[in-house]
Design a protein around this ligand. Structure first.
Ligand SMILES: [Mn+2]
Length: 360
């Protein structure tokens, strides 16, 4: 696996210089942030990011995200032109030598939380989702102005888009996703880009909006739309685990078996009552996900794609973009690399022992 770190470009208070100093991190996951959603990303803009990353001794390991325009998700007539633009963006990304693109197909909102700075028992601040609070939120009243999303809308635009979605149920959204996938994956195959769809976060319907990339059944259906290594997953264990009925280890092994894990997001969450959860520190003992099992599965399949710690808590007085501070994510990266080192060494030892029949 290749340990990577998300970087929000030149405006990110976490600098490439900072990231380079995190042990085991080799790659950067970033995006072009100054082109409106739906327009083609020019080669120069992509190359500029790549050059900055490489000047810091790191590799641009993938793009997160190339956002999908709402008209494509809603299946509007304008989608064909927008899909052509998306295809051209993929070609331009490939021209810069980048081979992984993450995206999602969540209507209107990217990841959603009810509190971005909830104080945990140890005084750190974390993102949380409280089911009761979410139920009381009304996006039409402008209650939601959560940062961190790849696309942001004014209150009026949000209301308008939500109204449009009242016509779209899960099945219609699936059809619109199928339409999109069947058009873009042939291009991804042609130019050598591995596409990675991020699950809906949290993985169930919120505010009455349809949501479809939610668990194992959904993954099976999604992969069958177009059975190609270029049509894969960003397997975000934290997102899938936010639905207590999902077994993330089973989901991960299923996707690895089909060779469709193109990107890993690896953070922990602590399940609370019902569908509520807190984003915890990465190690197994703080959350509901057994991280050893996650990294063991990747090792069992000799998985060699990009992986990143996902959101982190705010610790040591750090302020900044919720979920995307430096310190806790850096701890996450070294912890995950530590698990990998231990598992790989143990396996090498087992192999040698089998080969030579003696202790090594
Ligand atoms: Mn994620």
């Amino acid at each position: 696996m290749e340990m990577t770190f998300r970087w929000y470009g030149e405006d990110d208070p976490v600098t490439l210089k900072n990231i380079r100093q995190i042990p085991t991190v080799r790659g950067i996951i970033s995006a072009v942030y100054d082109i409106p959603v739906g327009e083609v990303w020019p080669v120069e803009n992509i190359q500029r990011i790549k050059d900055m990353v490489e000047q810091h001794g790191l590799r641009l390991s993938g793009i997160e995200s190339v956002p999908v325009h709402e008209d494509i998700k809603m299946g509007k007539d304008s989608r064909d032109k927008l899909i052509e633009n998306y295809k051209q963006t993929l070609r331009n990304i490939a021209e810069c030598g980048i081979d992984m693109v993450c995206y999602n197909f969540m209507p209107v909102f990217d990841w959603t939380r009810t509190d971005l700075a909830y104080e945990l028992y140890d005084g750190s601040n974390a993102l949380i989702f409280d089911e009761c609070v979410a139920r009381r939120m009304d996006p039409l009243n402008g209650d939601l102005s959560l940062p961190g999303w790849d696309s942001s809308y004014t209150k009026e635009e949000t209301a308008d888009i939500i109204k449009n979605y009242s016509e779209i149920d899960n099945e219609k959204l699936w059809k619109n996703l199928e339409y999109f996938i069947k058009k873009i994956i042939p291009v991804a195959e042609e130019v050598g880009i591995k596409m990675a769809i991020h699950p809906d976060d949290p993985p169930y319907s919120i505010f009455g909006l349809p949501r479809i990339i939610t668990g194992k059944e959904a993954i099976a259906r999604f992969l069958d739309i177009y059975d190609s290594p270029n049509n894969g997953l960003a397997l975000c264990v934290g997102s899938y685990a936010s639905n207590p009925t999902n077994d993330v280890n089973d989901i991960l092994r299923y996707a690895l078996e089909r060779n469709r894990v193109n990107f890993m997001h690896t953070r922990n969450i602590l399940l609370k009552e019902g569908k509520s959860f807190e984003e915890s520190a990465h190690p197994t003992e703080y959350g509901s996900i057994d991280m050893y099992k996650v990294i063991k599965a990747l090792s069992d399949y000799d998985w060699n794609g990009p992986i990143r710690p996902d959101h982190g808590r705010m610790i040591w007085g750090e302020t900044g973009r919720p979920g995307y501070g430096l310190y806790d994510r850096a701890l996450g990266a070294t912890y995950l690399s530590g698990l990998w080192e231990a598992i790989r060494n143990m396996e090498n030892k087992d192999l040698l022992q089998k080969k030579f029949g003696k202790e090594t």
